[in-house]
Design a protein around this ligand. Structure first.
Ligand SMILES: C[S@@+](CC[C@H](N)C(=O)[O-])C[C@H]1O[C@@H](n2cnc3c(N)ncnc32)[C@H](O)[C@@H]1O
Length: 209
C-alpha cells in the first residue's frame, strides 16, 4: 500500500491464544509465508477461521492457495487445524500459504495471476458513516482484476444484501464483468451467524471477459 489506506477490518487480536497457538504463530507461520516466485493459483481474502481455505486445499490439491487474514486468532485457528500435535503441517495442507495482514499489502511487491480469488462474507460495515471502510470498492476490484488470469474468476459471497447491491454498483466502474458460472461453496463460520438475518447469501462472480 503506497498511501495510507483506510482500515477495512475490525480487531486484529481476540482472546488470549493458547500456548500451542502462540507456538504455531511463532514457528510455523513464518515457514508458510507466500513465496513470490511460486506459481500462486488461488487467493482467499479474509478467511476468518480458515474453514474454506481447508476446503479449497481438498478441492485443489495441486494448487498453491494463499489466504490473507489480519485477525491473529483466525490465523491461529487455521494453523491449529492444519498441524498435527508435533506442529507438523498435515500433508493435505502443504500447499497452503498464509499472509497474516491486510491483503492490499500483498499486492505491493508483485503482480499475481490468480485463477480464483474468493471473498466470503466481507465485512459489510452497515452504518453509513463506515461505508468508506468497505473493501470491495471499485479501486480494489480493479486491483484484483490486475492480479487475475484472463479466464480467472473472483467469487464473492455475502448475506448482506445491501452490500451485495453496493458491490454490483462498484463493478460498473471497473473493467470486470459479471459471469453466470456457478461455484460450490461451504457455509462459513460467519455465514452461520447470519448477522444480516437474510434467508441466504448471494454470490457475485466476476471475470475479465
Ligand atoms: C465478516 S469476516 C468473514 C470471515 C470468513 N470469510 C467467514 O465467512 O467466516 C471478514 C473477514 O475479512 C477480514 N478482512 C477485512 N479486511 C481485510 C483486508 N483488507 N485484508 C484481508 N482480510 C481482511 C477480517 O479480518 C475478517 O476476518
Amino acid at each position: 500500500m503506497e498511501k495510507q489506506e483506510i482500515r477495512t477490518f475490525g480487531r486484529r487480536h481476540g482472546k488470549k491464544l493458547s500456548a500451542r497457538k502462540e507456538r504455531l504463530i511463532e514457528k510455523v507461520l513464518p515457514a508458510i509465508s507466500p513465496v513470490y516466485t511460486e506459481k500462486n493459483d488461488i487467493l482467499e481474502i479474509g478467511f476468518g477461521a480458515g474453514e474454506h481455505m481447508r476446503e479449497l486445499a481438498h478441492d485443489f490439491p495441486d494448487q498453491i492457495i494463499i489466504g490473507a487474514e489480519p485477525f491473529v486468532n483466525g490465523v491461529a485457528a487455521l494453523l491449529s487445524a492444519i498441524c498435527d500435535e508435533q506442529d507438523n503441517i498435515l500433508p493435505e495442507y502443504k500447499k497452503l500459504r498464509i499472509w497474516p495482514d491486510d491483503v492490499r499489502l500483498l499486492f505491493d511487491k508483485t503482480r499475481f495471476n490468480f485463477s480464483q480469488i474468493w471473498i466470503l462474507h466481507p465485512d459489510p460495515w452497515p452504518k453509513a458513516r463506515h461505508e468508506k471502510r468497505r473493501l470491495l470498492n471499485a479501486d480494489f476490484l480493479n486491483l484484483l482484476g490486475q492480479n487475475l488470469s484472463s479466464n480467472g474468476k473472483i467469487i464473492i459471497g455475502t448475506d448482506h444484501w445491501e452490500y451485495y447491491d453496493w458491490i454490483l454498483d462498484q463493478v460498473k466502474n471497473t473493467n470486470l464483468k459479471t459471469c453466470d458460472s456457478q461455484h460450490e461453496t461451504i457455509q462459513t463460520r460467519y455465514q452461520q451467524k447470519n448477522m444480516a438475518h437474510t434467508s441466504e447469501p448471494k454470490y457475485i462472480i466476476l471475470g475479465l471477459q
